[in-house]
Design a protein around this ligand. Structure first.
Ligand code: ZN
Length: 465
């Protein structure tokens, strides 16, 4: 498997702190006003994108197939959504129960909400479940998915493709251009700032719907306490825990005027539904985790001999035209993979099994200095090995030229997420912006079918200067 080197933006918590400092004084008795951030997608595109991704998710995820549970989630979710500030946009809210014991829930742009049975089972009260759903609905209203995608696309691509992607008004063409970029998690991996915003708006929605607004934070606190020292619940990998979560929610409750007497905590209906959910048959997970991950259904089609152009910030290249572009949620990397080339790594995250990743690491040095290139390459390999503990070097130190610049070639073996071993061919070049590395990935048994496509792609690389 080839997990991307983690590149969580370091400034996220800093911005959050500034935000709460700026908001806390003189703001008492007035609720926090939240608005969607910068977004190059239209709300209509949110709906189109979400609808397609939800269609994929419904095909790939084991649904509960329990009409009463879905009806209950729809009734509760619709009631909450009525209190959601959407700026006048009519989202087609849909609510589905997923037969997955992992404590998680996710909402796709446009209002397609999936709640795992694990989240229903873990909730002590209806108010807690409502809290999780209000949090998810807030991601929809604040348009965090496409806001994230906007940032990732701008960080990744030149303005040329930016215009090409956004100039098109149909979500279909957009998705074709980007591939199933929900798989890379762009739509569903939120920043801590986004999480905090969803908590604050979720608290407002709970309050306005007559629920005890403390339930949202209580549920997250409970999850945290129950999993101390153990594997954190899946929820926190999609929704990273913001700092001072409970304090921030309490602060918002104060601004709202405190918990209302008689605020709703539970319902007898919730207890009935929870019992029904607990009694559902347990479904063995085939491809657990994020929606939009292509379920492994045999090896991908071989790479096409026809190539398409890709324009990055500092380079262009050509890739087989039956592959799709996937943007890393951090915005720092881009992958090219065939349909079915990205599979689940078993821990709920997608991993590249077939295709190529391009990324830039921090490094300085004269691009023509072989020893500087060697040092920087060693660091790249070590970082890759940190994320992929079974990755081993099989051949290293071979010189080559990439767009007439000195490059180093390193071969590694690693566990393939599709089973067996894979070959990773890493090519590194020093550039003013850092060390650019290309990682070509295919299972060992299929590598010879990909060798030529990888070489053609690398031969086509043209750096800006
Ligand atoms: Zn969240």
């Amino acid at each position: 498997m080839l997990r991307q080197i983690g590149a969580r933006p370091r400034w996220a918590s800093g911005i959050f702190l500034c935000l709460s400092l700026a908001l806390s004084p003189h703001a008492s008795a007035q609720r926090t006003q939240l608005k969607p951030g910068w977004n190059r997608f239209s709300p209509q595109q949110d709906i189109e994108l979400g609808k397609r991704a939800a269609g994929d998710a419904a095909k790939q995820l084991p649904l509960c197939n329990a009409p009463r549970v879905d009806a209950y989630l729809t009734e509760l979710g619709t009631r909450l959504a009525q209190k959601l500030p959407t700026g006048g946009v009519q989202y087609p809210f849909e609510f589905h129960c997923v037969n997955d014991k992992a404590i998680n829930a996710f909402a796709l742009p446009g209002g397609y909400v999936f709640v795992n049975r694990g989240a229903i089972e873990a909730a002590d009260t209806e108010a807690q479940l409502a809290g999780v759903m209000a949090h998810e609905l807030s991601h929809v209203a604040l348009r965090h998915g496409t806001n994230q995608a906007t940032k990732a696309i701008l960080a990744q691509t030149g303005l040329g493709i930016f215009g090409a992607v956004f100039g098109d008004t149909t979500g279909g063409a957009l998705l074709t251009t980007l591939g199933s970029f929900t798989a890379g998690g762009v739509l569903l991996r939120y920043s801590r700032t986004a999480e905090s915003q969803a908590d604050v708006m979720g608290t407002q929605v709970l309050y306005d719907s007559g629920y005890d607004p403390r339930a949202l934070a209580q549920f997250f606190e409970k999850l945290e306490a129950e999993t101390k020292g153990k594997n954190p619940p899946e929820f926190f990998s999609d929704h990273p825990n913001p700092e001072h979560r409970v304090e921030r929610v309490d602060e918002e409750i104060d601004k709202l005027g405190g918990v209302r007497p008689g605020a709703k905590r539970d319902s007898s209906e919730f207890e009935v539904i929870k019992r029904e959910v607990l009694a559902l048959p347990v479904v063995k997970k085939m491809a657990p985790g994020a929606a939009g991950v292509t379920a492994p259904t045999g090896p991908p089609a071989p790479p096409s001999g026809n190539f398409a152009n890709y324009q990055g910030n500092s380079y262009t290249l050509r890739y087989p035209n039956n592959w799709k572009i996937h943007l890393d949620s951090s915005g720092s990397g881009v992958s090219f993979a065939p349909e079915g080339g990205i599979v689940n790594d078993g821990s709920g995250h997608s991993a590249l099994a077939y295709g190529l990743i391009v990324n830039v690491g921090q490094a300085q040095g004269d691009p023509n200095d072989w020893s500087a290139l060697q040092d920087a390459t060693r660091q790249v390999i070590q970082e890759l090995q940190k994320a992929n503990p079974n990755m081993k070097i099989t051949r290293e130190g071979e010189h080559l030229r990439l767009n007439d610049r000195p490059g180093l070639s390193t071969y590694l073996s690693n566990d393939s997420p599709s089973g067996g071993q894979e070959t990773d061919w890493v090519v590194t070049v020093l550039r003013p912006e850092g060390i650019v590395y290309f990682v070509c990935v295919a299972p060992q048994s299929a590598y010879s079918n990909y060798d030529k496509a990888f070489s053609t792609l690398l031969d086509s690389v043209r750096f800006a200067h």
